[in-house]
Design a protein around this ligand. Structure first.
Ligand SMILES: Cc1ncc(COP(=O)(O)O)c(C=O)c1O
Length: 423
């Protein structure tokens, strides 16, 4: 493979058989604004040779529309934790689907799921369900405002909490008032955080934060040792609601919620992604004090009672618990991250896998314009590895040690080519 690369035969989209992807994208561009949107849009600077449409998937691999097989390190951008088409989840969904999934009323599985979540999540006494993380991050700040009767919400600069105007990345369609009651502080800067409470005395309804900081295009940052304890204390002193956005990290750091990993208790927490292992579902879990406010803030959606996603969540949670998946993927992630850092070093690169090892963000030291990571992901893709150049990667429980070792071996070729291309 390397010989082909060096002789100029790679990278080349024809060689990678991307013809169906490209022609589908041309069709899509006529009928879908931008061809595709959000993080899958080419505007978000994904390498050109990346496939644009997928066909099928199983375990930790997927096949694109041109029939290329990929070892996947993105897991549907985090929606998959047990592997694609995990058999016990699929059979539970098939079984419920044969009887119908959306009715005039919720299915009994909704109560089962709420009971399960409130028994697993230590601070939780109630749960509500929707389809996307954004549905419930936005709803949760309204619960905080309803509870406190105060207007302001604090978030960390550069953090992502969804597509709504109060927190989106600001790519169009916003007016200044969308964020007039949103305040920001620099992650880990507790002085700046506390100053906001002084400046907006008695006006702060709540604080929404991810368990650790994962800004786009930048390395992930873990909380300092005193961070969560101090955030909890300051929120209590000022009677502000502490909301944990565990949409991305939920069940990837601790099998009972990421707050357990850092040993604190939020007031509300929002989950999605891994919760349904590929079926669209989100949940907000809260403590007793906020139950009345939660019942007073309007909440509904056309397909939110979908029993198939709820049964998938029940199965996904059972597996996460019985197999202690968080511990398993952290261990697999450690093997992979330490391996790739070592291989990078052997090729003369200073690569750090930042953030939790089950969902690491790769950062080449000094690579501020992301050139090295773009090139590395491009060369790795020739080996059939699907790595993202500016989003954290994900390890699922379907990534067995053999596949991880094989992937590391393949990255060796990518590093070698990266190194040769620079010299
Ligand atoms: C931390 C975090 N919060 C909220 C969201 C929004 O979730 P969704 O895309 O399901 O609306 C995301 C999505 O990536 C996320 O990573």
């Amino acid at each position: 493979m390397l010989q082909k690369l060096l002789s100029g035969m790679y990278p080349c989209s024809d060689e990678m058989k991307h013809l169906s992807s490209e022609s589908l994208f041309k069709r899509a561009a006529k009928v879908i604004p931008g061809g595709s949107y959000g993080h899958t849009s080419p505007v978000s600077s994904l390498p050109l040779h990346f496939p644009k449409f997928a066909e099928k998937a199983s375990g930790c691999k997927y096949i694109d529309v041109d029939g290329n097989e990929w070892i996947d390190f993105m897991c549907g951008y985090g929606a998959i934790i047990h592997g694609y088409r995990e058999p016990s989840i699929e059979s539970a969904v098939d079984e419920i689907r044969s009887r119908g999934t959306i009715f005039n009323h919720p299915h009994s599985v909704m109560v089962e799921l709420a009971e399960m979540l409130t028994s697993e999540i230590d601070f939780g006494n109630w749960a509500v369900f929707a389809k996307n993380g954004s549905d419930l991050t936005t709803w949760s700040i309204r619960v905080a405002r309803e509870f406190s009767q105060k207007p302001y919400i604090i978030k960390a600069c550069g953090s992502y909490h969804g597509v709504d105007a109060w927190c989106d990345p600001g790519m169009g369609g916003r007016i200044s008032s969308d964020r007039s009651e949103i305040l920001e502080f620099k992650w880990n800067d507790l002085n700046q955080f506390e100053d906001l409470f002084k400046k907006f005395s008695n006006q702060i309804a709540g604080v929404i934060l991810c368990p650790y900081h994962h800004p786009a295009f930048l390395p992930s940052v873990m909380p300092n040792d005193e961070f969560w304890g101090s955030v909890r204390k300051i929120c209590d002193e000022h009677e502000a609601v502490l909301i944990l956005d565990d949409v991305r990290a939920g069940w990837r750091m601790h099998s009972q919620g990421s707050h357990r990993y850092f040993d604190f208790a939020p007031d509300l927490a929002v989950y999605s992604k891994a919760l349904g292992n590929g079926y669209a579902i989100s949940a907000c879990v809260g403590s007793e004090r906020f139950k009345k406010a939660a019942s007073d803030v309007f909440l509904t959606g056309s397909s939110w009672n979908d029993a198939s996603a709820m049964v998938a969540a029940v199965q996904s949670l059972s597996l996460s618990k019985s197999k202690n998946v968080a511990e398993s993927i952290l261990k697999k992630g450690r093997f992979f991250c330490e391996g790739i850092e070592k291989l990078a070093q052997q090729s003369g690169f200073d690569l750090e896998m930042t953030g939790p090892q089950s969902m690491p963000y790769p950062w080449f030291k000094g690579d501020d314009n992301l050139y090295l990571i773009q090139k590395f992901c491009e060369y790795a893709s020739i080996e059939g590895l699907f790595f993202h150049p500016h989003h954290n990667w994900f390890i699922s429980d379907a990534h067995d040690m053999e596949t991880l070792a094989d992937s590391l071996e393949k990255t060796e070729t990518a590093f070698k080519f990266l190194s040769d291309s620079l010299s």
